[in-house]
Design a protein around this ligand. Structure first.
Ligand code: FAD
Length: 383
């Protein structure tokens, strides 16, 4: 019997496995496919504090501190680069949004500059197109290689004693005599007193049989990657309207995204082809990216893919051990910004399983916030 079973081999699951294994827990992680098969392998890979909800900002700031020393901690280069993040306004209408964001986040203590002088903008980021009118700049934001990061955390967890089972879908969480007792796989019951659900968009399916409602909406994002080009961008950018982002990877490829679009997922399973963006979406992303990155539309595209986002109604994640189901911990609903948080998500999940007080106020991340009936449901089950 393990101490903890983790469901999901994305950034949240592998970071939790690493934290728990190095804290001395016997950890087993089940991943339905391969590591980083879903959002964590398709993400932009921005490591950003700016633009975060005030509730999430302390987690993001702590995560950035961890990212700075991860290469040493994991013994691998995860291509973390702290080149800063620009949130750009492409029209005069978008400028007030940037100003408001800068004022709000500075008041919360984040180091953030506001730039509306074209010469200053071009001096900082010569790759910006002439259309960019203003931008916020957070010098401590950055980027990393998501697939490398997930694999590095998984290797570190394995070296610290965690067992990682790939191609092993969990069918259900096993609840008996008032608490979680493990999970059911195709091999039957695998026992553990704690189960962590970090299964991304598939988390609600595992919660529903336990009587827990998790109102996730699925959203789609298109990602375009070019051939490698000479170094031109240090910063990651996002648009004021949230309809695009971009960065240059360490290998020279430019990687840009669309905004999010609601998505209907028919049936439980899906393939890469099911989420490929339509040609019209690709053209729109190229057009929008070219309004921010000078001459983007001249660079050959090498790859296009789609990713799905687990969006909650308030765009904040659930990081919780719901009282209704003792032994259960939930980490999902990251709403498009969970990659950067991964190292801190791992710490929080470890603390929840050890019954220790996490370093953060987790009240905004409780599952019960979506269902006022759940508070009484908790009490009924406990009583
Ligand atoms: C295109 C795109 C761009 C993004 N950009 C950013 C960004 O710039 N910065 C940022 O911070 N975040 C970004 N995000 C969001 C970020 O990628 C996610 O929030 C994060 O990767 C979520 O990680 P996760 O481990 O919680 O979930 P996932 O990565 O979705 O992992 C869940 C895992 O659980 C497995 N699983 C599901 N069901 C089961 C089961 N029954 N049994 C076993 N395993 C199961 C899946 O196969 C999957 O591997 C982006 C997301 C996308 C799609």
């Amino acid at each position: 019997m393990s101490d903890v079973i983790i469901v999901g081999g994305g950034i949240s699951g592998v970071c939790a496995a690493w934290e728990m294994a190095r804290a001395g827990l016997d950890v087993r992680l089940f991943e339905a496919g391969s590591l980083a098969a879903m959002a964590s392998g398709r993400t932009q890979g921005g490591v950003r504090q700016s633009g975060r909800d005030p509730a999430e900002l302390p987690l993001a700031r702590a995560a950035v501190r961890r990212w700075q020393s991860l290469a040493a901690e994991l013994g691998e280069d995860v291509e973390y680069r702290q080149g800063g993040n620009l949130r750009v306004a492409r029209s005069d209408d978008e400028v007030p949004r940037i100003q408001a964001m800068v004022n709000e986040q500075r008041a919360l203590g984040l180091e953030l500059e506001y730039l509306d002088d074209r010469a200053d903008l071009r001096a900082l980021a010569p790759w910006l197109s002439e259309e960019v009118r203003a931008a916020s700049f957070c010098p401590t934001d950055g980027q990393a290689n998501p697939v490398r990061a997930v694999n590095a955390f998984a290797r570190a967890a394995g070296s610290a004693g965690a067992t990682i089972d790939l191609q092993e879908p969990v069918r259900a969480v096993h609840f008996e005599d008032g608490r979680v007792r493990g999970v059911v796989t195709r091999h039957g019951l695998v026992e553990a007193p704690w189960v962590v659900l970090a299964a991304g968009i598939h988390t609600p399916e595992l919660l529903a049989p336990l009587g827990l409602h998790f109102p996730l909406e699925i959203h789609h994002v298109a990602v375009l990657q070019t051939v490698p080009v000479p170094h031109r961008m240090d910063q990651v950018f996002g648009t004021a309207a949230g309809d695009g982002s971009g960065r240059q990877q360490v290998d020279g490829r430019l990687r840009v995204t669309s905004g999010v679009q609601p998505w209907f997922l028919a049936g439980g399973s899906w393939s890469d082809d099911d989420v490929l963006p339509a040609a019209g979406t690709v053209a729109a992303v190229v057009e929008r990216a070219s309004r921010v990155i000078r001459d983007f539309d001249r660079v050959p595209l090498a790859r296009v893919w789609g990713g799905l986002i687990d969006k909650t109604p308030d765009a904040l994640p659930v990081l919780d051990a719901p009282r209704a189901v003792p032994g259960l911990v939930v980490a999902a609903g990251f709403s498009g910004h969970g990659f950067a948080l991964g190292p801190v998500t791992g710490e929080i999940l470890r603390d929840l399983c050890l019954g220790e007080e996490p370093d953060f106020d987790l009240a905004p991340f409780r599952l019960s916030r979506f269902n006022s009936a759940m508070a009484s449901h908790d009490l009924e089950l406990l009583g």
